[in-house]
Ligand binder design. Structure first.
Ligand code: SF4
Length: 445
């Protein structure tokens, strides 16, 4: 049974030394109770405390780090089955696959693409995460050469090394063994050799089995051999297999019914023949490491957008910092458009303003991330907020006129804003797509 924070606190050393990264033992206890911290972070626990707290406080799904440096990614440490219950924490790493039978220039091109490609959406830079190199040739030497080709690009991307042959992995690890690559995969046949390799290089290891019992046995063997960072490949034959098995693994892990299944899940979309769909399935159904052949541009954007949507906190709207933002090079006569700090509203409006090519100011007020309509209905967007924001951000110094364009959905506030601010209020369109036409026709009047 899960312990409460206060019960956990009683077992902690109460030194408040901060070495665990928390300011006090009590805050560390609260994190442990929520499954959001690892017991090992406190170096002063007694053996008794370790044995009592052990299994009940560690996150139900282990956090596994893949790669080193700025492009490393972490997966796992999830605590819920459904996103709306709380949130999902660590987005899946989407990894582009190359094979050792590809030409070196093709391998280099894919590696550079993962290194350089960025999609900027609602203020966040979205990127793919790493390179998987698969030993298709069957030759250890060819495989090692392909890994060397990737490493020579110096993209510093987390590698995933895929081979059944431990000799091939061993040869490849010469080139990337210190970069914490993910090794794929330990099976019933090779688990001992794979564990030895993972242990020698401190790498995370994928274990692969089509049955949950098989996965549990492999996990037990690996952890007993001193390999704690594991990822589960459910070896699905179909999409249905993946949904059934990954859902079962998530349920059994977060309820702690089968702690040995408490690890992130791996999916090789390249094995399915329907990659776009498989990547999307992996994102929504608990995949944590998703290997795919390089996606076409449209599918790549869709995958990154889907992942961003699923892995935002549903209880916290994505917000912009309130303030004054410039579009183009506005001057003292340029229009001022007021709107809310819900980032989707901000970026949508900003995009249309840029296309309209009318230099202007955006006055962004703090509605705690609510959209215009919701903020008006909830009373979060008010004449006082607009008045205070004008003063706080020094809008009067930016323009010589006193005219403020408000969103169409805020029209019920127009009179009150005029009274509170002394500015003439112009009601803009409801749909941001019409703002260019509005500015060209109305602002010049
Ligand atoms: Fe308390 Fe241990 Fe954290 Fe120090 S490291 S503050 S003793 S929980």
């Amino acid at each position: 049974m899960a312990l409460k924070a206060l019960d956990i606190y009683k077992l902690l050393p109460k030194k408040n030394c901060k070495e665990c990264g928390d300011p006090t033992c009590l805050t560390f206890a609260m994190k442990l109770a929520g499954g959001k911290a690892d017991l090992d972070l406190c170096p002063y626990l007694s053996d008794e405390a370790k044995s009592v707290l052990g299994a009940t406080t560690r996150p139900p799904i282990r956090l596994v780090k893949i790669g080193v440096g700025t492009r490393n990614f972490k997966v796992g440490e999830e605590t819920v089955l459904y996103r709306h219950e709380k949130t999902f924490y660590h987005p899946p790493g989407i990894v582009f696959r190359v094979t050792d039978t590809m030409q070196a220039d093709e391998i280099v091109a894919v590696t550079r693409r993962v290194r350089d490609e960025t999609l900027t959406r609602v203020g966040a830079d979205l990127r793919f995460n790493g390179i998987a190199i698969e030993n298709v040739s069957g030759s250890a030497e060819t495989f090692a050469r392909a890994v060397e080709t990737v490493e020579k690009v110096e993209a510093h991307l987390p590698p995933v090394l895929i081979s059944k042959d431990t000799a091939a992995l061993k040869a490849a690890l010469v080139y990337c063994g210190t970069y914490r690559p993910l090794l794929h995969a330990a099976t019933q046949e090779n688990v001992k050799e794979m564990c030895a390799l993972a242990k020698q290089h401190g790498c995370p290891l994928v274990v692969r089995s089509g049955s949950l019992d098989g996965l549990v046995n492999l996990v037990k063997t690996c952890t007993a051999d001193g390999v704690p960072d594991l990822v589960l490949d459910l070896a699905p034959g179909t999409f249905g297999d993946f949904i059934r098995r990954s859902t079962a693994v998530r349920q059994l892990a977060i309820t702690r019914a089968v702690p040995d299944l408490g690890y992130p899940v791996y999916l090789n979309a390249a094995e399915t023949g329907q990659q776009d769909a498989a990547v999307a399935l992996g994102i929504v159904k608990y995949g944590s490491v998703i290997v795919t052949d390089p996606l076409p541009v449209g599918s790549a954007k869709a995958a990154l957008t889907l992942r961003q949507n699923i892995y935002t906190d549903p209880q916290k709207p994505i917000q912009m910092n309130p303030g004054i933002y410039r579009v183009g090079s506005p001057d003292k006569d340029s229009p001022v458009l007021m709107t809310v700090n819900f980032s989707l509203t901000f970026f949508t409006l900003q995009g249309y303003l840029e296309s309209a090519r009318v230099p202007c100011f955006m006055l962004i007020v703090d509605t705690e991330g609510l959209s215009v309509l919701t903020a008006v209905a909830a009373g979060k967007l008010s004449e006082m907020l607009v008045r205070d924001s004008i003063k706080k951000f020094g809008l009067e110094n930016e323009v010589s006129h006193r005219k403020l364009i408000i969103p169409g959905y805020a029209s019920p506030l127009s009179g009150r804003i005029e009274d509170a601010t002394g500015w003439k209020v112009l009601v803009g369109p409801r749909d941001a797509a019409e703002i260019g036409e509005y500015l060209h026709e109305e602002w010049k009047k």
